[in-house]
Design a protein around this ligand. Structure first.
Ligand code: BGC
Length: 423
């Protein structure tokens, strides 16, 4: 890739620069949810344990965010802490999160709060979780409680993180709780999540407007994939791209309706190459590592331009857009630096192309518990020593802080991409 621009890429005033985390991945000692149960009942090979001890160390972590000149942060609230048993609210935990949000306010950091980030209380899972439409009411009761308690403190609400990934991992490949392979149930969970989102949207509006006289901003974090095919001339191949993008990227929006989203939240990680065996209708995901392309430690193709593609694709929604997650698992920080700069560049180009991107949340602040892969995958801008819990900002974190503070990518950073660099 050759970059010949000599001017900085300046972002719009008020652009939000942040990082994203989720409770179970960083807090540690979350013992009342379905993941903990799976971790301690031989259903998973890994344990979250103390994770990053963020539950105790959040002030310190927020200082790091501040030092990185961030003006926003995305985090999730753990339902199973607030309601460890059905119908019993834990007042201490309610106070804990109030302190967490205050700690962010004190540092002038806007809050994007996720209500469902993959984990659910064990009691809820035991009742069938989101498999049962009648259980949606429990989630809504929790959402109402959160809105009542903190409605004046939250700037952006994410009702559900990646509904598609949740059903894929839990009910299709069955790597995550509840470890069931059943496409039909997966579909039902998806529909129930759509219902949960619609009801949560209304509930948050009602409470925040009535009690706090303020208009909330509510959306979801949607995993968006950039789909491609080798055969530009093949109608079936092109149809497969269309169908995949329509269902995986736009399906949840179609089910919930655009008027239940005040903004579009996008998690972008990689591109998928669809491959059709000649003479058959069978479409599969191609493994591009066989082409010796550079992939992340997760095996995901590094493809910055895909972020531009998905941003331009949702431009027609005519809503503000936030990149709610984007990042790379790698032990090679040079690679992370290139990933960061090249993806931020694509956001800049999408802005120029008319997409109303308002903010970027890098996944993740800390090296953390990467679900069934445990702590071996390193997504953090900040390194965590899992023995001492010491934090160390990586060079990528320093660069991110510099870009956030100046609200621009200076020319010197383009050089990191180099000439003819394989990204
Ligand atoms: C999820 C995160 C996860 C990240 C990297 C996203 O799908 O929201 O929880 O850690 O991707 O796999």
């Amino acid at each position: 890739m050759r970059i010949h621009h000599h001017k900085a890429h300046v972002f719009p005033d008020g652009f939000l620069w942040g990082t994203a985390t989720s409770a179970h991945q960083v807090e540690g000692d979350n013992i009342y949810n379905d993941w903990y149960y799976a971790e301690t009942h031989n259903k998973l090979k890994v344990k979250s344990g103390h994770a990053c001890k963020h539950y105790e160390m959040y002030e310190k972590d927020f200082d790091l965010i501040k030092a990185m000149n961030n003006n926003a942060h995305r985090l999730s609230i753990e339902w199973s802490r607030l309601e460890p048993e059905e119908g019993r609210w834990n007042e201490e935990e309610i106070e804990h999160y109030r302190k967490v949000f205050q700690a962010l306010h004190k540092r002038d950091i806007k809050i994007m709060l996720t209500l469902h980030h993959f984990t659910v209380p064990l009691w809820f899972a035991m009742k069938g979780g989101f498999e049962k439409t009648r259980n949606v009411k429990y989630f809504i009761r929790f959402v109402k409680k959160v809105a009542e308690e903190y409605g004046d403190m939250i700037d952006f609400w994410i009702t559900i993180n990646e509904p598609g990934v949740y059903i894929y991992q839990g009910w299709e490949v069955a790597e995550w709780p509840p470890f069931k392979k059943n496409k039909f149930t997966a579909g039902r969970v998806y529909l129930n999540l759509a219902l949960a989102h619609r009801l949560a949207y209304k509930a948050i509006y009602k409470i925040v407007a009535r009690k706090f006289d303020r208009l909330p901003e509510v959306g979801i974090a949607q995993n968006m994939l950039s789909f491609a095919t080798y055969r530009k001339h093949g109608l079936i191949d092109q149809l497969a791209v269309w169908f995949s993008s329509k269902t995986a990227n736009h399906g949840f929006y179609m089910l919930t309706g655009k008027n239940t989203h005040d903004f579009i939240g996008i998690n972008y990680y990689f591109r998928i190459r669809l491959k059709r065996k000649k003479g058959t209708l069978k479409i599969e995901h191609d493994d591009v590592s066989s082409q010796e392309r550079e992939v992340s430690d997760m095996g995901w193709e590094i493809y910055p331009h895909g972020l531009f593609d998905v941003l331009m694709d949702i431009r027609d929604y005519e809503k503000p857009v936030y990149i709610t997650e984007n990042g790379i698992a790698t032990r090679n920080d040079d690679k992370r630096q290139r990933f960061l700069i090249s993806h931020l560049n694509e956001i800049y180009y999408a802005l120029k192309g008319g997409c109303d991107v308002k903010g970027y949340f890098h996944w993740s602040l800390l090296d953390n518990f990467e679900w069934h892969q445990g702590c071996k995958q390193k997504f953090g801008l900040v390194e965590v020593n899992f023995k001492t819990y010491q934090r160390k900002v990586k060079k990528s974190g320093i660069i991110y802080g510099d870009i956030a503070g100046k609200n621009k990518i200076e020319h010197k950073y383009f050089k990191l991409l180099g000439h003819h660099v394989k990204l």
